[in-house]
Design a protein around this ligand. Structure first.
Ligand code: TRP
Length: 331
């Protein structure tokens, strides 16, 4: 059976972009067709300046939202990365296979390192080595497929390179994974800046719909979305990024495609109103389940404990094999 691994980093509140681009698909498709692992990759949240209490809060919240989105712990494995030591055990070996140059070529590193310096914080070494840990996340489980956004393709390519190199040098140990992107990807853009993606780590609140935003907050953000200078409602990502983003969000909520939907609207106002209501309805059941789960924190903790146990059992044999293959004696 195909094994699928993906992760979500607890560096900010999860957004509509995370839901439409990842979580919903994991719940509706991936967990049914594959042996899937979904991981809150909390160690990755420590690579930039962080507040321990916030990481704790966001990790718990991310795990709760995975469950609220319909990811079913009876069908797949849901866990926190830091609960399974195999990730860091393997990460070190991969650092011994990867090169310094390879790590420095990663686009995310090249973008994030200067940002840290601008803020006056020093760049953590873990920001550089983070792709080795991400590769370990994937390779420890022998995952075949890694559903991720386009921005993660380079990291998955590196993971493939490391797997192939390790296998060639030390004998066949790892499955060589591949990144997968849904055919019709929903790439939700920032409502205030529709040329950049709706990322959870961005600080600008008004352009981002969070999964836990109250209905009135969702409505306000969508009604105030930046639109384009034209007047007619057409789907054209290049020329009309604002309107196209709203059409795509609406299409993702109600089904159908953005081009067809555009024909139904004469004004931007009407499109915004329908999009706002569609998003409110989309989020309603997720928020309801989230509230129920928050009322029973013991349940979420139990799910995570069981998930970590299952994950450990899956990862340990592969990581042990890698330790033997690279030249380390059994304990
Ligand atoms: N780097 C990913 C991100 O920033 C998160 C991540 C960490 C991940 N490990 C992973 C995604 C393994 C898929 C598989 O979004």
């Amino acid at each position: 059976m195909t094994r699928v691994f993906s992760g979500v980093k607890p560096t900010g509140h999860l957004t509509l972009g995370n839901y439409l681009g990842a979580l919903r698909r994991w719940a509706e498709v991936d967990q049914h067709r594959a042996d899937a692992l979904f991981c809150v990759v909390d160690l990755h949240a420590l690579t930039v300046d962080h507040d321990p209490a916030r990481v704790r809060r966001l990790s718990r919240q991310a795990a709760t939202l995975l469950l609220a989105s319909g990811i079913d712990p009876e069908r797949c494995t849901v866990f926190l990365q830091s609960h399974v030591d195999e990730h860091t055990r393997l990460s070190y070996l991969l650092e011994c296979v990867a090169t310094d140059g390879e790590m420095r070529r990663m686009i995310q590193y090249k973008e994030k390192a200067p940002r840290e310096r601008e803020r006056g914080t020093s760049v953590r070494l873990s920001l550089l080595t983070y792709p080795a840990l991400m590769a370990a996340d994937i390779l420890a489980y022998g995952a075949h497929e890694v559903p991720v956004g386009e921005d993660q393709t380079q990291h998955v390519e590196l993971t493939r390179d490391l797997a192939v190199r390790f296998n060639q040098r030390y004998g066949h140990t790892f499955v060589v994974p591949k990144a997968t992107h849904p055919k019709v990807a929903t790439r939700v853009m920032n409502l205030q800046d529709p040329t950049s993606k709706m990322g959870k780590s961005d600080d600008s609140g008004p352009g981002i719909v969070y999964l836990l935003d109250e209905p009135d907050v969702v409505r306000r953000k969508i009604m105030r979305a930046v639109t384009d200078s034209g007047l007619d409602v057409v789907h054209d990502r290049e020329e009309r990024p604002g309107i196209s983003n709203l059409l795509e969000i609406l299409a993702a909520c109600v089904g159908g495609n953005p081009e067809d939907l555009s024909g139904a609207y004469q004004s931007y106002g009407a499109l915004k109103k329908d999009t706002a209501e569609a998003v409110v309805e989309l989020l309603r059941p997720v928020q309801e389940r989230h509230r129920e789960l928050c009322a029973d924190p013991g349940y979420v903790e139990q799910v995570l404990r069981t998930g970590a146990h299952k994950a450990r059992e899956m990862a340990r044999p592969t990581v042990d094999t890698a330790y033997r293959a690279i030249g380390l004696l059994p304990a």
